[in-house]
Design a protein around this ligand. Structure first.
Ligand SMILES: NCCCN[C@H]1CC[C@H](N)CC1
Length: 284
């Protein structure tokens, strides 16, 4: 059991710690990559923790999964081939599946244990794997992307853990170059991009790398996720050179997705009013 002092030692957020009241430990184990913990909290439902870092909770996962997915997929007219890097819990798969234009969804997750644990304890996320368009690859995403055909994907979503440990190389230039190579001209990337309160230097580094690699434009967006440090998480929205992409003027009919309340496709966070507000702010 870590000492109280050790709680403040995470290099991603030194000097701060976050706590949730634990009702019951549901799973505790270790994969070749990380320690995996699932517990039932008193106020946020079930919680997934990897190497001591909260990855998602039942209550607020919708904000992250919807935003990291729809900010990208709503910015291109009709996404067909989509790749998820990481995302082993299945939440992003669930969100991608709401887009009828999508024909194939590849997912490359390095840790099979994360998938197995989410199957048992996060059914509302694991439902993403039920979609027949999903093809799961368990392995290293850098390797997977290197072997992917050039220009295969309309959109790539990098839903990784923090850039320490297994995900360290996912914020370096070679990785973004392999992403750009795998995207179609005018294809889009939505990439986890940490907190603007805590990681400004990392975000600046990622922005400058992405501005070199993605000539179609780079934007930083964020969402409120109360159980992430500082209560917000960011996303880098990048477009590969080609047909113009305007992230602030969604071309993919959001109403069509939101309107489809059939079979539980309603949104719990993302909505077109919100985007219009963003548009409005952007044009002030
Ligand atoms: N699909 C949920 C993945 C969560 N991604 C990360 C979890 C840890 C956070 N500090 C940053 C986002």
């Amino acid at each position: 059991k870590p000492s109280k002092a050790q709680y403040f030692n995470n290099p991603m957020w030194p000097g701060e710690a976050h706590s949730l009241k634990v009702e019951k430990i549901l799973y505790q184990g270790k994969s070749p990559y990380q320690e995996v913990l699932v517990f039932e909290s008193s106020t946020y439902g079930n919680v997934l923790v990897l190497d001591g870092i909260v990855q998602l909770t039942d209550k607020d996962e919708c904000a992250y999964q919807e935003m990291v997915t729809h900010l990208a997929l709503c910015s291109i007219p009709s996404p067909k081939n989509v790749l998820v890097v990481g995302g082993g819990d299945g939440g992003v798969l669930r969100e991608i599946a709401k887009h009828d234009s999508v024909e194939s969804i590849d997912i490359c997750e390095i840790d099979q244990l994360v998938i197995d644990v989410c199957k048992d304890f996060f059914p509302r996320l694991y439902v993403g794997y039920k979609d027949p368009r999903v093809k799961l690859h368990v392995g290293d995403a850098v390797e997977f992307l290197r072997n992917s055909p050039e220009g295969k994907y309309d959109a790539i979503i990098v839903d990784s853990s923090d850039p320490i440990g297994p995900a360290q190389e996912l914020v370096e230039k070679p990785f973004f170059q392999t992403i750009a190579r795998a995207l179609k001209p005018g294809g889009v990337l939505s990439n986890l991009a940490e907190s603007m309160w805590l990681h400004t230097h990392l975000i600046q580094d990622m922005l400058s790398i992405c501005r070199e690699v993605f000539k179609g434009g780079v934007h930083y967006a964020w969402a409120s996720v109360p159980t992430y440090p500082s209560g917000v998480i960011g996303f880098l929205l990048c477009a590969k050179e080609g047909p113009p992409v305007d992230f602030l003027t969604p071309v993919n009919p959001i109403e069509k997705i939101e309107g489809a309340t059939k079979d539980g496709r309603e949104m719990r966070f993302y909505n077109s009013e919100f985007i219009r507000l963003l548009l409005f702010c952007q044009r002030l």
